[in-house]
Design a protein around this ligand. Structure first.
Ligand code: ASP
Length: 331
């Protein structure tokens, strides 16, 4: 599971439906399901993570899998072992599912292709690769929005015809890219907002034409993408706002004048949100630069902020992904 570009609307529906079933499991008692008993889930994170790694590990444990995790700093990578050989080492210990994060785009895909060539029966889940893709985050954001609009039956239909704003550092965001594929596949229109340095015009055509590697788009009709530089205008009439972290670690040079100036232009606050003209929820994939992308009071306002809900929803969504991939491997 590398990317959401090749997902059909039915694929999204399958994940959301299963995630909803896992989300609705009783909190006490039967929290653990035996589905992945005897399977080994290995997380290979070559880049830092708080939420994604723990969330995959908790999801795997709730499905009764064994869980093993790898830390580059204390591994033989520092002795020069290649990434592929590292992965093969874990396969030799019996790993069935590899959850991979890397700062370079394309690494999980390349690893999966090489392991395929070796004839290995292992599933590779992309947990974030460079600027390219963060599919499990895109799915948990979709699930969170679908549950917000249709709490009992979250499905792609809950997003159809909605207008969703994505605000901030789109250029460096793999989350934004995954969300663009997911939201437009479900028929939502997206308005992107950010400064030209962090949101190049080319993003307006991001989902035009078949997704990379596909002859045809699996989604016959996608929602549209528009760019609006003025935040107050971008917020007009939207149904939800997704905010993105300023990814300073990925910036080659100074791309904003100052954090204060950025907050004044693109930061979200209660006052700013009034431009939506109605009550709308706010999402952020985390980690948040408090007071930069989001005013602290907004982040902490449970009537508006879905940030904690996103984290909570990450577990059932990742359970659904692990379950589906393990089922695929078994068949
Ligand atoms: N946690 C997300 C990611 O890994 C978003 C971020 O870092 O800003 O891409």
């Amino acid at each position: 599971m590398i990317d959401l570009a090749a997902f059909s609307r039915q694929d999204f529906a399958t994940v959301l439906e299963l995630a909803q079933r896992f989300r609705c499991l009783p909190v006490a008692g039967a929290r653990k399901l035996p589905a992945l008993q005897g399977r080994l889930v290995t997380s290979l994170f070559f880049e830092p993570s708080t939420r994604t790694r723990s969330s995959f590990e908790i999801a795997a444990k709730r499905l009764s899998a064994d869980v093993q995790s790898f830390s580059p700093a204390s591994s033989s990578l520092s002795k020069g072992e290649s990434l592929l050989d590292t992965a093969r080492t874990y396969l030799a210990m019996g790993a069935n599912l590899l959850v991979v994060r890397h700062r370079c785009a394309g690494v999980p895909q390349q690893l999966a292709a090489e392991l395929d060539r070796d004839g290995e029966r292992v599933a590779v889940l992309n947990a974030g690769d460079g600027l390219h893709s963060h599919p499990s985050q895109g799915l948990l954001d979709l699930f969170t929005l679908a549950r917000y609009f249709a709490p009992e039956a979250p499905s792609p239909a809950a997003l159809a015809g909605r207008r969703i704003a994505i605000v901030g550092d789109v250029l460096h965001s793999r989350v934004a890219r995954s969300n663009l594929w997911a939201l437009t596949a479900c028929g939502a229109d997206v308005v992107l907002c950010g400064p030209p340095t962090l949101l190049p015009e080319a993003f307006a055509a991001f989902v035009d034409g078949p997704p990379p590697g596909q002859a045809v788009d699996p989604v016959p009709q996608r929602g549209r993408i528009a760019i609006e530089r003025q935040l107050d205008l971008a917020l007009e009439g939207v149904d939800a706002v997704m905010t993105l972290r300023l990814q300073k670690e990925r910036m080659q040079q100074q791309m904003i004048t100052s954090l204060d100036a950025y907050h004044r232009q693109y930061g979200l606050s209660h006052r700013r949100l009034a431009h939506c003209g109605k009550h709308v929820p706010v999402l952020h994939p985390g980690p948040v630069n408090r007071g930069v992308e989001l005013a602290g009071e907004l982040l902490d306002d449970p009537a508006i902020s879905l940030v904690d809900e996103q984290v909570t929803n990450g577990i059932p969504v990742r359970m659904a992904l692990l379950y589906l991939l393990a089922a695929g491997e078994a068949s």
